[in-house]
Design a protein around this ligand. Structure first.
Ligand code: PTT
Ligand code: SF4
Length: 610
């Protein structure tokens, strides 16, 4: 097999054993890699109803057939498991040398189960896996852990680790790499912590088999050159995702005061141009010439790497308008290994709950020092931080007194940084995303602004489905970065050329889209199997706030979502997907996608419609 190494590494932490296993061609062709592999493995091997923190949960690091070849923007992998935050399928995408090194070590995925008796670091060098005592690392931040491991292992090693939040099973702890790349929003870092796995060090020096190595080299060089010719390239290097702050403010989509508003009076202080004034450099994922991580000196005089989502969720969403301070909170979240999006949500939720006097704690909007202390309490599960460490849905359930009305999540995963009071398509995208409220599958809001905010037209449903297939299906299974395509207009044909050179196969886009649909339906089946008869179509609803409390400021003052129109939209979405009125894939849909065996199993948990 070319392109894929054809090998998974199965690691059992109960027994300190790692066994390489060849997998079938059909797995590669049907599920491509990354998210596709993870979904298939989790579907096949997890007992429904399993506690996500039990040793039987599997933590999967999976790459795609283009990873590690040196192609532009290809240094990423997917980290996945059953999520402790949502109880459903969870994953994230992280740019890291670990992706490159895992493939060079000979593996398309590393699948970890069991729980080490005491904390370990797993070192994988080609076909040798070592389980190293990690007692000296336990308790360190992710930055400290990586720095210390770097000093011990090869300079080229790729490292992923967790911080104290993962160790303390904070439900939105992430896996961190390279002091500023973080992945696995729905608690993948906590699953790693539950296994007593502090870090993984990957090192490999095998050739990854390519069908046409010469073409690969030429295409790679041409790809890098092409990226640089794109009109927006220079501005992207200046601001990366940060220019979205100004865009969101102009379009009333900037999460402000826990998504109560879509504009923030200090937006210009935390935006892309403000960032340029304090920027000291660029960082990024391996094998990328777009390096979109903006490095700034934060208010603690330390270097922090910042992106749009982080800055907005820890800035406007909690009423903080000082960029250096926001950057410091971002860095602290990276050190502790907390997802910044969920963190900004739980903080905003806590501030609003305090303001509404539903808790005795005084937690005020926009207070830097106090917020930093609260973040620490969340990571170490101290005091009220312990309640927030469970995520916004569980915190609201515990606090009660109507606080669920301002708990901003879908299926337990907190909303990422686009306010949808006036964006029905983006709301549908959040509501039906594969992991809960995340923008990665169908970021349609900029298209929606041009199409018309008020509309609930069919085109919007089509756009959400198209983007879910492309971004959530194709990009997540190839595990390559979607930014060249999404932000610079890098043409999709490049990927079919890359795939041909890597695998020797013609894999046109319609084949990839078919695989994407298969993967997305399998993930849907996973959720349904977990929730069985507790599954309801309300699980595909955006937060109630967007239906009940109109914007009170900005150019779209008075806007909110219409529940009847949204429901109608969701009904049509299900129909286009081939799902029944509950949002459950029909037997015929699964069959058409080559998932008859999945239909059979799923039918044991819920009654399927023909
Ligand atoms: C992603 C989510 C995002 S999406 C951001 S900023 W973004 C937040 N980043 C965090 C962070 O940083 N530190 C932290 N402690 N928590 C964070 N949580 C948030 O996580 C990231 C880039 C970005 S920056 C985006 S949009 C794109 N995402 C891609 C994707 O999902 N798939 C893909 N094929 N390509 C992508 N390219 C872009 O990658 P999650 P990264 Mg991230 C510091 O992890 O779980 O997927 O959630 O991966 O290497 O940091 O790159 O404005
Ligand atoms: Fe990573 Fe940004 Fe490059 Fe994408 S564009 S590979 S997120 S540095």
């Amino acid at each position: 097999m070319f392109g894929w190494t054809g090998v998974f590494l199965n690691v059992d932490l109960n027994r300190n054993k790692a066994v390489a296993e060849s997998y079938d061609h059909s797995m590669a062709l049907n599920f491509i890699g990354g998210r596709g592999f993870a979904a298939k493995i989790l579907w096949d091997s997890l007992m429904p109803g399993l506690d996500p923190f039990s040793p039987e949960n599997k933590l999967i690091f999976a790459a795609g057939p283009l990873t590690g070849f040196g192609l532009p923007n290809s240094g990423k992998l997917v980290v996945a498991a059953k999520s402790p935050l949502t109880g459903g399928y969870g994953d994230g995408n992280i740019g890291t040398w670990a992706a490159v090194q895992m493939r060079k070590a000979g593996y398309d995925a590393v699948i970890i189960e069991g729980k080490a008796e005491t904390p370990v670091v797993l070192h994988i060098k080609n076909d040798v896996a070592e389980f190293i005592d990690a007692k000296d690392f336990w308790g360190l931040t992710s930055f400290e852990t990586e720095a210390q491991l770097k000093a011990i292992y090869e300079r080229t090693a790729g490292i992923v680790s967790i911080g104290p939040a993962g160790e303390n099973l904070v439900k939105f702890a992430t896996v961190v790499s390279q002091e500023g790349r973080a992945g696995g929003r729905p608690g993948m870092g906590a699953v790693m912590g539950s296994k007593n796995l502090k870090a993984m060090v990957f090192d490999g020096n095998n050739e990854i088999p390519a069908a046409y190595p010469k073409d690969m080299k030429e295409l790679s060089a041409a790809g890098y050159r092409e990226v640089m010719t794109k009109p927006n390239y220079a501005f992207w290097k200046r601001q990366g995702t940060m220019s979205t702050v100004e865009w969101s403010q102009e379009n009333s989509a900037l999460p402000t005061f826990n998504f109560r508003e879509g504009v923030f009076d200090k937006a210009d202080k935390i935006g892309g141009f403000a960032m340029e004034k304090i920027k000291v450099g660029n960082r990024g994922c391996p094998q990328c010439n777009m390096t979109c991580g903006n490095v700034v000196k934060d208010s603690d005089r330390k270097e922090a790497e910042i992106d749009y989502e982080n800055i907005v969720m820890l800035g406007s969403n909690i009423g903080l308008g000082n960029l250096k301070q926001v950057a410091a909170l971002n860095r602290v979240a990276d050190e502790l290994g907390l997802d910044t999006i969920s963190l900004g949500n739980v903080l905003g939720f806590a501030m609003e709950t305090s303001q509404n006097r539903r808790i005795p704690e005084e937690i005020q909007w926009g207070k830097f020092k106090e917020t930093k202390a609260l973040i620490n309490d969340i990571a170490y599960r101290q005091g009220f931080g312990d309640v927030l460490a469970e995520g916004v849905q569980a915190a609201a359930a515990k606090i009660g007194h109507g606080s669920a009305d301002w708990a901003m999540h879908v299926k337990g995963l907190e909303i990422s940084a686009y306010d949808c009071h006036a964006a029905p398509a983006m709301a549908l995208s959040y509501a039906t995303s594969s992991i809960g409220a995340h923008h990665k599958d169908a970021w349609v809001i900029s298209w929606e602004v041009q199409f018309g905010r008020e509309s609930y037209a069919e085109e919007k449903i089509n756009k959400v489905i198209e983007m879910q297939r492309l971004r959530g299906g194709v990009f997540e299974s190839l595990t390559v970065c979607r930014f060249p395509y999404a932000e610079l207009g890098f043409e999709l044909e490049w990927y079919t050329k890359y795939l041909h050179a890597a695998t020797g196969r013609e894999l046109p886009f319609n084949t990839l889209i078919y695989a994407a649909d298969k993967i997305l339906n399998l993930i849907r089946a996973f959720w349904i199997r977990e929730y069985a008869n507790n599954w309801t179509r309300e699980m595909d609803s955006p937060p109630i706030r967007w239906f009940k409390e109109p914007l009170t400021e900005g150019p779209l003052k008075g806007s909110m979502l219409d529940p009847m129109k949204y429901n109608n939209m969701l009904k049509k979405y299900y129909k286009k997907r081939g799902w029944d009125a509950r949002g459950i894939p029909k037997k015929t849909t699964l069959k058409k996608l080559g998932l008859s065996d999945v239909a059979k199993q799923l039918g044991e948990y819920v009654k399927l419609t023909e």
